[in-house]
Ligand binder design. Structure first.
Ligand code: ADP
Length: 161
């Protein structure tokens, strides 16, 4: 049974990410959720906070590990001895950039394949970006993110003023 890496910025983790993580946990021996530490854009949550939230949300999944990485994803995947990279797909619009990344990663590391998992339809509109936007405008995000994230999002935006 393979070991997979599910990478992302998770700023913050949403119910859409959790759906992919839970489905991977059922299907693979080991799942490493890999948080991209050096995100290009300024993230709302620090790497430490993003890791902490994911660890809280994945506590009930014994075969899921949450880890941080920087640098090339394929180097991290090799270092961890994983078999596949898993990516979630929401819409056709995700496809083009994911295809480009997957092809480039295979060129860099021919032994590492990327598997795509389709989102559950109820999460197809959901992204970390939209969650932050709704929360900033005072909307309710309770059904879009895990409870621990909702609480931290509220606190973070309050402290930002
Ligand atoms: P976002 O696009 O939400 O800012 P990330 O960079 O954290 O996300 O995404 C990490 C991975 O999770 C990517 O493969 C992305 O396509 C996938 N993903 C994000 N949101 C969803 C969702 N609602 N359903 C399925 N996959 C998703």
């Amino acid at each position: 049974m393979p070991k997979v890496v599910y990478p992302g910025s998770f700023d913050p983790v949403t119910n859409g990410h959790m759906n992919i993580i839970e489905r991977c946990a059922e299907r693979f021996e080991q799942v490493i959720v890999a948080v991209l530490v050096n995100v290009e854009k300024e993230p709302l949550f620090s790497a430490q906070e993003r890791l902490e939230m994911l660890r809280l949300c994945c506590g009930h999944l014994p075969n899921v590990e949450v880890d941080g990485f920087s640098g090339l994803l394929v180097d991290y995947v090799r270092r961890r001895g994983a078999d596949f990279i898993v990516k979630g797909l929401r819409a056709i619009s995700d496809f083009e950039s994911e295809l480009q990344q997957a092809l480039m990663n295979r060129r860099l590391a021919p032994e590492v394949d990327t598997l795509f998992m389709m989102t559950d339809v109820e999460y197809s509109f959901l992204s970390s970006h939209i969650v932050k936007e709704i929360a900033r405008l005072g909307g309710a995000v309770g059904n879009l993110v895990p409870p621990a994230v909702e609480e931290r999002l509220r606190r973070k935006l309050r402290s930002e003023g």
